[in-house]
Design a protein around this ligand. Structure first.
Ligand SMILES: O=C(CO)COP(=O)(O)O
Length: 258
């Protein structure tokens, strides 16, 4: 079973739409210079909502093979939900991926596993790929409970979802203590949890489902550490924060095999 690597840059709340255009053009140019083979990995940028239309314009007009995503989605279809953005609106802009349940949204917006699951379903229903995030905080890791913690997040987010739908999802394991701290998990730490997630998919669904779903690692990924993390059997890609804001650095991450 070969799963195509996925390297996704989560820009978080950074870059206005002009800066977004420059970064996407810069990324495409860097990848072209490296003679990057787009059949070797999926390259995705995940800008703030306000940048998406501009990113779409660059991708379409320059015929780029870079895909783009959104960092969140409303569970509602339309109506009186001030400040929310619907899946239909995003799909209309050519969005392919939607990050759901990032630890920053779980922490600052009190998102539960159940809500994360609902957002994943809404993304799927609109034809987009949810990137379902999970990951433990430092105390949980120190107590040795990280695998149990992450598996309970997976159980909660995927409750009631069919195998057919789960196969269309991506899962991102992002230990909170490794996000933005410069403290990257070891490749073995990443492998341990990514393998446990895949094992849970076998239990909840079946081997084919588990073999199909891409499981990413996220947390202080850089061009200098991506290759050793990607070498692990159950790690199928990376969700990159800070290092995705520089064209050359993110291009090197995408080209980890080059
Ligand atoms: O949260 C992350 C990506 O979603 C990881 O962020 P950093 O790569 O900046 O640690």
């Amino acid at each position: 079973m070969t799963r195509k690597p996925l390297l996704a840059g989560n820009w978080k709340m950074n870059l206005d739409h002009f800066e977004a255009i420059a970064l996407v053009q810069g990324l495409a140019a860097e990848l072209a210079d490296m003679k990057f083979d787009y059949s070797s990995a999926d390259v995705v940028v995940i800008p703030p909502f306000t940048d998406i239309r501009s990113v779409q314009t660059v991708v379409d007009s320059d015929n780029l093979q870079i895909s783009y995503g959104a960092q969140d989605v409303s569970t509602h279809e339309a109506g009186a939900y001030t400040g929310e953005v619907s899946a239909t609106m995003l799909s209309k802009l050519g969005v392919s991926y939607i990050v759901v349940g990032h630890s920053e949204r779980r922490e600052y917006h009190h998102e539960s596993d159940q809500l994360v699951g609902e957002k994943a379903r809404v993304a799927l229903a609109a034809g987009m790929t949810p990137i379902v995030c999970c990951g433990e905080g430092l105390e949980v890791r120190q107590a040795g409970e990280h695998v149990n913690h992450v598996l309970s997040q997976i159980d909660g987010a995927f409750e009631g979802m069919s195998a057919e739908d789960v196969r269309k999802c991506v899962i991102a394991y992002e230990p909170i203590w490794a996000i933005g701290t410069g403290e990257v998990a070891t490749p073995e730490d990443a492998q341990e949890v990514c393998a446990a997630i895949r094992g849970r998919l076998v239990e909840l669904y079946d081997q084919t489902t588990a073999d199909t779903v891409r499981v990413l690692y996220g947390g202080s990924v850089k061009s200098s550490n991506v290759a050793e993390i990607m070498a692990k059997e159950d790690v199928d890609g990376a969700l990159v924060g800070g290092a995705s804001l520089k064209a050359n650095e993110f291009a090197k991450i995408a080209n980890f095999n080059g």
